[in-house]
Design a protein around this ligand. Structure first.
Ligand SMILES: NC(=O)c1ccc[n+]([C@@H]2O[C@H](COP(=O)([O-])OP(=O)(O)OC[C@H]3O[C@@H](n4cnc5c(N)ncnc54)[C@H](OP(=O)(O)O)[C@@H]3O)[C@@H](O)[C@H]2O)c1
Length: 240
């Protein structure tokens, strides 16, 4: 049977690698992002497998339009992955930077999560995957909005997971992917345990296949998460 997926933020990094794995696995994959040339490049590798939609997740009206177009084209959507994300240091708390991070990682994500969840309820099934971050566990004095945005995302996904468990009319799966450091343009600088992109994408793919509630990428980051949850803030701020 034909399987359909949408990956938001498939122009580079984790989203792109995951889109490739999903296409190899037999999915027809709708790929989105702002950079049209990157979408065209990926589509050209296997035109039958990809539907390209240029889209900015901070444009909430456009999210509704794109989602409707995809439902019209694909009829059912089995999997929605939200990999769009931005964030970086903001030492002076410049508003533009904070706002862009919140618009992308919080408001844009919440809109797509809602559209996906309600579609899955209507069609009777579906799997929603969000890429949050180990950053969501604690605060960070240099990167406040990014860390807070990922806390929001993890909490929101857990809420949807709880909601899905109580829904009798539809089989809905929710997965929170929690990466540590992955070799992409987002993870700049000398960081420890930086996973190669292909390894990270394979683990994300496996977590989706196994319909995990939460998956640390790579797996060893579960240990760091445990430490971060119990460590005092004065200790955390030495390392984060
Ligand atoms: N790399 C890491 O170490 C790491 C660690 C933890 C979590 N993560 C999370 O993993 C996710 C993927 O990041 P990555 O590491 O793969 O970095 P990346 O290569 O920079 O990918 C980010 C993706 O987000 C998309 N995006 C950004 N702003 C957007 C917007 N306004 N509208 C639509 N798409 C937008 C980008 O597409 P366009 O620019 O074409 O729009 C791109 O496809 C992010 O949510 C990130 O927070 C990454």
């Amino acid at each position: 049977m034909r399987k359909n997926a949408v990956v938001f933020g498939a122009t580079s990094g984790i989203g792109k690698e995951l889109a490739i794995l999903l296409a190899k696995d037999g999915y027809t994959v709708a790929i989105t992002g702002r950079r049209a040339e990157k979408l065209a490049e990926l589509k050209a590798t296997n035109p039958e497998k990809y539907i390209a939609k240029q889209h900015d997740v901070t444009d909430i009206k456009a999210s509704e339009v794109v989602f409707k177009e995809l439902i019209d084209e694909m009829k059912t959507i089995d999997l929605v992955v939200y990999s769009s994300g931005v964030g970086g240091p903001n030492y002076e708390l410049e508003w533009e930077k904070e706002m862009t991070t919140i618009a992308t990682n919080v408001i844009g994500a919440t809109k797509i999560f809602g559209l996906a969840y309600n579609l899955f309820k209507k069609q009777g099934h579906g799997h929603l995957v969000g890429i949050s971050s180990i950053a969501g566990i604690r605060g960070n004095r240099h990167v406040p909005s990014y860390f807070a945005s990922k806390a929001f995302m993890s909490s929101y996904l857990e809420s949807l997971w709880m909601k899905a468990r109580r829904t009798k009319k539809a089989k809905i799966y929710i997965t929170d992917i929690v990466p540590g450091f992955v070799e992409t343009k987002m993870a700049t600088g000398n960081t420890f345990w930086k996973a190669p992109l292909d390894k990270a994408a394979k683990q994300v793919f496996a977590a989706i296949k196994n319909k995990k509630k939460k998956a640390y990428i790579t797996k060893r980051w579960r240990l760091v998460a445990t430490f971060l949850r119990i460590a005092p803030a004065t200790l955390v701020m030495k390392y984060l």
